[in-house]
Design a protein around this ligand. Structure first.
Ligand code: G6D
Length: 337
């Protein structure tokens, strides 16, 4: 079931869509940034909020939030993650994208898809479709890109996100959901959450989180999440996780790639996707003034996506969309509680 609520006092095109399944799970999505603002599970102890977000548009536009901007729950694009110095070669020409994160491009630039008002349409009892036209030259990206994101909450306790896009020129593309999970409902940070990632390798990064093009085996490193372990078990070796894990999804329509478990709530979440990468970010830089529950490590982001800087890395695929192609990916989050 989907209900429509107001979400902005001055702009009645911006709404809040409330999806509820037959088991009492409730997902709230606004067409501002296609943001998942809330996801609650009906625990015996009461309704449990398990994602980081706000219940009003003004909080998403608040200057203190935008200062160390964490992109809570937003759909990110045109290119999620980093592009080295914002430069991309297309048909022999160098395109300069906004360098909005130090020397580099991050998450679609100064005004990426996370800050756009998408068109919204209910396309099924539990399916909300959000559409956006990113015009040629939008944040200096080439080509008119039409994209849709469908959120679906089904009665198998799965929240699915379907991504689809076309573009009339060759363009870099990498979409993701920047949702942060915390199964304690903000009582604790995420360092005691247990995580399993079915990945044998991560992408090697330089000190500015730009991939070198090499793959690093996780064996005997803090990045080894092949067996479930607490996030804080090895985090001291890396201070914070902000790394792209190589997934074994090549040629697969959908594969279970990760699982998160939190003992006190007994909530577990299975993540399945067909994206080739998963950026694990443990939220060290989250620090929202006036919201003490949104401090460092208060949320766990599992950003299923293509690889960072793929347009510049010859041995990385999935960096571009070409005219006539359809970019299609999905990610599913299945909850047990
Ligand atoms: C930091 O490096 C991280 C990014 O990966 C994350 O997406 C952002 O904060 C919100 O820049």
């Amino acid at each position: 079931m989907i209900q429509i609520q107001a979400f902005a006092h001055k702009d009645n095109h911006i709404k809040h869509f409330v999806l509820t399944n037959n088991n009492g799970i409730c997902a709230k999505i606004t067409n501002y940034g296609a943001i998942l603002t809330s996801l609650t599970l009906p625990l015996e102890s009461g309704e449990r909020e398990i994602v980081l977000g706000f219940d009003s548009l003004k909080d998403y536009k608040n200057k203190s939030y935008l200062k160390d901007y964490p992109y809570f729950g937003a759909i990110i694009g045109r290119y999620a993650n980093r592009i080295n110095q914002g430069k991309v070669r297309i048909d022999g020409k160098t395109i300069q994208l906004p360098t909005n994160h130090g020397k580099h491009h991050l998450h679609g630039g100064y005004s990426g898809f996370d800050k756009r008002t998408w068109d919204a349409e209910i396309v099924g009892k539990s399916r909300l479709q959000l559409s956006l036209l990113s015009m040629d030259g939008d944040e200096d990206f080439p080509g008119n890109m039409k994209l849709t994101v469908i959120y679906e909450l089904n009665d198998e306790n799965e929240l699915a996100i379907y991504y689809s896009a076309t573009c009339d020129k060759t363009s870099p593309i990498n979409l993701t959901s920047h949702t942060y999970f915390n199964f304690t409902g903000g009582e604790e940070n995420i360092l005691n959450h247990e995580l399993q990632i079915d990945s044998d390798q991560i992408l090697e990064n330089n000190t500015e989180l730009i991939p070198t093009g090499k793959y690093l085996d996780v064996k005997h490193t803090a990045f080894d999440f092949r067996a479930q372990k607490k996030i804080n078990q090895d985090i001291k070796a890396v201070e914070n996780y902000d790394n792209c894990f190589v997934l074994k999804t090549e040629g697969k329509t959908l594969k279970k790639v990760a699982e998160v478990y939190e003992e006190k709530s007994n909530i577990s979440m299975e993540v399945s996707t067909d994206f080739p990468g998963l950026q694990l970010y443990t939220g060290m830089f989250i620090n929202i003034e006036g919201h003490k529950k949104f401090g460092p490590f208060s949320g766990l982001a599992l950003e299923t996506q293509g690889y960072p800087d793929a347009p510049n890395q010859e041995n990385f695929s999935h960096g571009f969309i070409h005219p006539g192609e359809v970019y299609q990916h999905q990610t599913r989050y299945k909850f047990h509680f």
